[in-house]
Design a binder for this molecule. Structure first.
Ligand code: SF4
Length: 252
């Protein structure tokens, strides 16, 4: 039989883990509530159909959404955004149409390659595959496609197929490190696990949460943070420091 003190320390370790988990969940809930109260619903993804969402997720690599939107308008002016019609566009022409999104030759090849692969799944019923395949298997399969990284794969699964996977991007890594959720060197997988381990598993929540963080990154938590008017400045580690620094000078 184990000694009582060993059992006690095991209980204590379990209790500490439980408390740390509860604290992290509380922090994430607080952040969400503050962001939602400030910005309201974001209505993501800005696309009418799953194919449009997938197209946007691939085109948005290394560029701003404004440029992607122009490319999508061009595509919509040319054809219906469905796999067949998109694959019927010659690659040269496709590249021309998506030119505003930058790296257009590379992205045209990537887009075509991805749609060929997608269309080959599940005897053509790729929508069911995306929605029903066990999440980790679907994610691994997407990640094995040339040019599809974790952010694109998770965006396709969450926003294109309503799967319960959290999307991480540069805004999320930056804000989370400043806020005190995780360290500055935290990588994609670790940050994704942090959100998914401490939030209820809900595609609706993940959808809105990621969209709100992107909004925060574009408005306040920029490369040079604008903490003074940020909705998180009373609870954020970096924000509180910034306000403390400003207060004696009467700047806020
Ligand atoms: S308070 Fe400052 S550092 Fe914290 S989330 Fe807002 S802008 Fe970013």
């Amino acid at each position: 039989m184990q000694h009582r003190s060993v059992l006690f320390s095991q209980d204590k370790a379990g209790y500490n883990r439980h408390m740390a988990h509860a604290r992290n969940t509380k922090k994430l809930t607080e952040v969400y509530d503050l962001l939602y109260a400030h910005y309201g619903p974001q209505h993501w993804w800005p696309g009418d159909t799953d194919v449009e969402v997938i197209t946007g997720a691939i085109l948005t690599q290394n560029t701003s959404w404004g440029n992607v939107a122009k490319a999508i308008v061009n595509l919509k002016g040319e054809t219906e955004l469905e796999l067949g019609p998109l694959l019927a566009i010659p690659e040269e022409r496709l590249a021309e149409l998506i030119r505003p999104s930058g790296y257009y030759r590379q992205k045209a090849a990537r887009l075509r390659g991805f749609f060929v692969w997608l269309g080959s799944l599940n005897s053509g019923d790729w929508r069911t595959w995306l929605k029903k395949k066990p999440l980790n298997e679907a994610r691994d399969a997407l990640l094995a496609v040339h040019g599809i990284g974790p952010e694109t794969a998770d965006s396709i699964l969450l926003y294109g197929a309503d799967r319960k996977t959290f999307v991480i991007d540069k805004y999320t890594l930056r804000f989370g490190a400043r806020y005190g959720l995780y360290g500055e060197k935290t990588k994609y997988q670790e940050a994704r696990a942090y959100f998914m381990d401490h939030l209820p598993h809900s595609a609706k929540l993940y959808n809105e949460y990621h969209a709100l963080i992107v909004r925060l990154g574009a408005t306040f938590c920029k490369s040079k943070p604008l903490c003074t008017h940020c909705p998180l400045n009373q609870t954020c580690r970096a924000g509180k420091k910034d306000l403390k620094h400003l207060k004696p000078h009467g700047n806020i």
